[in-house]
Design a protein around this ligand. Structure first.
Ligand code: ADP
Ligand code: MG
Length: 723
């Protein structure tokens, strides 16, 4: 093999995993939450009245008393400094989808040449990062270029360890001077409130007096790839774009299914143990780990938590995985499609509603009354997803996720619901007016004693549906592995707010009119199923027939990001988000603009890289090999031997295609980007991406032809199987 590759392979073979730094007898519980400024820590360290005030802010969303903030800040600082923190950082979640943090020292100069450690309530509550370079989609003019960060009391502060010094991290929202959201956290909090208000109305109708706030729970399953650092650094595309822009399919792919749930390689297991330990310290409840479908692909799933905490934890999980992987001589890839022709990575968002008083509201109950309530919440999901499937699709729209959705490995871009046999059967009967015969269990009439008990066994599983009921929750499978779960959770909360509002309003009106409650529930369910039942699909979402049928049903098939993003600024969406005070129209437009901007940026980076690698790595290798063959042909001719030109041709044809492709791509890259975001994105999709694909196609043919010692890019085979 080529020197560069050979060196990388030798490096992989000789790499030694780091020694375990912990006592193998250590119980997981011992370190869990060790670095979190949790309620428990606060209770121990704060005066009783201060503690009570914080709890009430967390539990009942009462505004935070500024006097309380000083006491909390002081206790937080002492605790963090005992844990070795020298700095504090407001951590926020800008629209890039990444995590941002601004660090400040605890030390304040006193004036006599010394410095004093301080941390006031004011600095805890509000920060002012110079954040003018974060995308804002036109929300901030230069004169109001500053953004503000504000402490999110609901998400605990924590100490992040680093060999070079620890930092106290404070999860914050990030807003403009006018109070408009510049981040992913602010709308999670707003939408959570909106959903809760409507859910409580429904619960009250079912006889729950002044129920506690209803929260959205989120349990994200995170898929990722690991590659050895030696290969990673030898691939400019992985390094700069997070995915391979070149690479022929390996002779052995995932067809054998021998990796899925197989034994975890020793080196990877060491990495997993180490990451879990770090997550535990931060109070992140990592639970499940296993191999995924593709070689080199794995999954981690923490226990579900309140959506706000879950999405902060999810961001922290990704950064932790990246840094621990580096310690182990590997790179953790969260790109949705790092390797063509090999399974991509998603992040399934398991979603339910509930609270500690009532449990999950998406679990069938033990009696007909509870089941009726369960069915109303399920029906609300059906209405929400049918009316706003396009918004759900837009919440997972990105250049990288476009490679995955609908590519026969992930659900299609068509958003439908899978209910499973039992629930589908129940709703089927409700659609027919109810009071008919249930499959196994007698007559089905809502609310009266004859409503059958529903089994809690989720029964069958359908892995091809983007939105599947799995017994006590729905699983949204379209999110990409690199995306924040905040986007989908905001949409889910808001569309559920609308659907629950609809249900509550209908039932309240009917009850006021004197209609029997059970009859009203029955009528509500029947009308929801007949209006929105078309979104229910229990068949194979990967089949060729489904897109055709979906179109006949009137379901949207928004294949690319460019198709999906306009959903954000549709009149229905603007009205919905405005009505529930989650986004105003300016905020919606800003998210739309930022989405387009990010799309154009990531495709432009890839296009430039493709051009560069094609020109400086692939083309020279092919030319050298072509020259070698041509020299051979002329030598043979000179010797009077008849030369076979087939080998030469096998290089020359794809080489000509590569040259033509590079020329075309160079023209596309040099083309002035249209000012308008939508035009620029459309140009990327329709001109730049096809030009990149043509270059890659020729290059991948060459990889199979050019002599191995001339090929310097690590191959798929090497990257996927050498761990
Ligand atoms: P599977 O592979 O069967 O889908 P996993 O165990 O990999 O299941 O992940 C399931 C995820 O769903 C976990 O994060 C789990 O905590 C989460 N989950 C379980 N119950 C709920 C619920 N009621 N609401 C939200 N998430 C849930
Ligand atoms: Mg799973």
């Amino acid at each position: 093999a080529n020197q560069v590759r050979l060196q990388a392979i030798k490096g992989v073979e000789s790499s030694v995993p780091p020694a375990f730094s912990f006592d193998p007898g250590e119980e997981p519980g011992q370190i869990f939450g060790e670095n979190v400024f949790s309620l428990n820590v606060m209770q121990k360290r704060l005066p009783k009245s201060v503690y009570k005030s914080v709890v009430s802010t967390i539990e009942k969303s009462t505004p935070l008393d500024p006097a309380v903030a000083d006491a909390v800040a002081s206790a937080m600082k002492d605790w963090a400094m005992e844990k070795g923190a020298t700095h504090y950082a407001h951590v926020f979640y800008p629209l890039t989808g990444l995590t941002a943090e601004k660090h400040d020292s605890f030390l304040d100069p006193v004036g006599d040449g010394t410095a004093f450690a301080s941390f006031s309530g004011k600095t805890l509550i509000q920060g002012e990062p110079d954040a003018s370079s974060f995308p804002n989609g036109g929300l901030r003019n230069t004169f109001e270029a500053r953004g503000y960060t504000g402490w999110d009391v609901m998400s605990p502060a924590y100490v992040l360890e680093n060999p070079n010094g620890n930092t106290l991290c404070i999860p914050t929202i990030f807003i403009s001077m006018t109070g408009e959201a510049l981040d992913h956290k602010t709308p999670v909090l707003r939408s959570q409130q909106a959903m809760s208000a409507q859910a409580k109305r429904v619960l009250e109708l079912f006889g729950h007096d002044e129920p506690d706030n209803v929260v959205a729970y989120c349990g994200p399953e995170q898929e990722y790839f690991l590659v050895d650092s030696h290969f990673f650094t030898a691939r400019p595309d992985l390094l700069n774009a997070g995915r391979t822009l070149f690479g022929a399919k390996p002779p052995k792919g995932q067809e054998f299914d021998d990796h899925y749930f197989g034994a975890i390689p020793e080196r990877v297991l060491g990495f997993m143990m180490d990451t879990e330990r770090e997550l535990f310290k931060l109070g992140i409840p990592a639970k499940t780990r296993h191999n995924e479908v593709a070689p080199g692909q794995f999954e981690v799933a923490p226990m579900f938590e309140r959506a706000n905490e879950a999405s902060d934890h999810q961001q922290l999980l990704m950064t932790t995985f990246k840094s621990v992987a580096r310690k182990h001589g590997m790179e953790c890839l969260f790109h949705e499609k790092p390797f063509d022709g090999v399974n991509g990575s998603g992040k399934h968002v398991n979603f339910s509603l509930g609270n500690s008083e009532l449990g999950s509201l998406l679990v069938p109950g033990d009696n007909p009354h509870d089941n009726a309530q369960f069915l109303v919440f399920c029906a609300a999901v059906i209405r929400a997803v049918d009316l706003y499937g396009g918004l759900l699709r837009s919440s997972v729209a990105s250049a990288s996720n476009d490679h995955r959705l609908g590519a026969n490995e992930a659900p299609p871009a068509i958003i439908s619901i899978f209910l499973g046999d039992q629930l589908a059967d129940v709703f089927d009967q409700i659609a027919k007016g109810g009071a008919t015969h249930s499959k196994e269990k007698g007559t089905l009439t809502i609310g009266v004693d004859t409503l059958p008990n529903l089994s809690k066994d989720p029964g069958d599983r359908n892995r091809t549906s983007p939105f599947a009921f799995t017994g006590n929750r729905f699983e949204f499978r379209a999110p990409g592995s690199n995306q924040t779960v905040a986007g989908p959770m905001v949409v889910l909360n808001t569309i559920m707010a609308e659907a629950l509002d609809h249900a509550a309003t209908y039932l309240e009106t009917e009850v006021a009119r004197g209609t029997d409650f059970n009859e009203a529930v029955q009528a509500l369910l029947t009308s929801i199923v007949s209006d929105h039942g078309k979104v229910i699909f229990n068949g194979n979402g990967y089949s060729d027939e489904w897109p055709i049928e979906a179109e006949q049903r009137g379901l949207k098939n928004l294949r690319t990001t460019v198709d999906a993003l306009p959903e954000l600024i549709s009149p229905e969406a603007v009205e919905l988000f405005g009505k529930y005070a989650v986004f105003n129209e300016r905020e919606m437009h800003s998210r739309y603009e930022v989405g387009l901007e990010q799309y154009v940026l990531s495709i432009s980076v890839e296009a430039n890289l493709t051009l560069e690698m094609g020109t400086t790595i692939i083309l020279p290798a092919a030319v050298r090999y072509q020259t070698e063959l041509a020299t051979n042909v002329s030598a043979l001719k000179a010797a009077g031997v008849e030369a076979d030109l087939a080998d030469l041709e096998a290089v020359s044809v794809p080489l000509a295609a590569l040259r033509a492709g590079l020329k075309e791509l160079a023209a596309a890259v040099a083309h002035d980007h249209p000012e308008d975001g939508m035009e620029a994105a459309t140009f990327c999709r329709d001109t730049v991406i096809p030009a990149m694909a043509a270059v890659r196609e020729a290059a991948d043919v060459l990889e199979g032809v050019v002599a191995d010692d001339l090929w310097s890019l690590p191959t798929y085979q090497e990257m996927l199987y050498l761990l």
